[in-house]
Design a protein around this ligand. Structure first.
Ligand code: MN
Length: 156
């Protein structure tokens, strides 16, 4: 199909189950020690283009890994695509299974963790024009830890 906007993503990318990735999409590794996450990879599946001013990403958290504990004004629409795990979502720790849907509301702390036996892979939709994530201050962490379930869950 002709691309009227003159660029952007190809019209088809084949999925490669061997590396759980898509043709021509780089898998970016978030290396341990560079930030407040552990064993997370990211693939950008769709870039913002034309009347779709959104970015669609696939994140994978390896067994026992976790994503950054953060909040921001922009929302996430998430579908669990692979595996299982748990997440801090809107004040609760939820158990997540394959194909579950998760919405992260504005300015709510969130973090995804894989269990010990399987990775947690999820699709995450965000607006192209979005604010930068905020990390918790010591005061924010103290407030979060008032809830014992959240205190046990959050990492590092
Ligand atoms: Mn986020």
């Amino acid at each position: 199909m002709h691309d009227e906007s003159g660029g952007g993503d190809p019209s088809h990318r084949a999925f490669d189950p061997g590396r759980f990735g898509w043709a021509g999409v780089d898998t970016r590794v978030y290396k341990a020690g560079e930030g407040p996450w552990r064993d997370v990879t990211r693939q950008v599946l769709f870039q913002p283009q034309g009347d779709l001013p959104v970015e669609w990403r696939y994140f994978e958290v390896a067994p026992d890994g976790w994503s950054t504990l953060e909040r921001h004004e922009h929302q996430h629409a998430v579908m669990i695509l692979r595996g299982e795990g748990r997440a801090l979502v809107d004040g609760d720790v939820r158990t997540l299974g394959t194909l579950d849907l998760v919405r992260i509301p504005p300015m709510t702390w969130h973090q995804f963790r894989a269990g010990p036996a399987a990775p947690l892979g999820f699709l995450c939709l965000v607006a192209a024009d979005r604010d930068r994530p905020q990390l918790p201050s010591d005061e924010d962490l103290a407030e979060l830890r008032r809830d014992s379930a959240i205190a046990d869950f959050i990492r590092p």
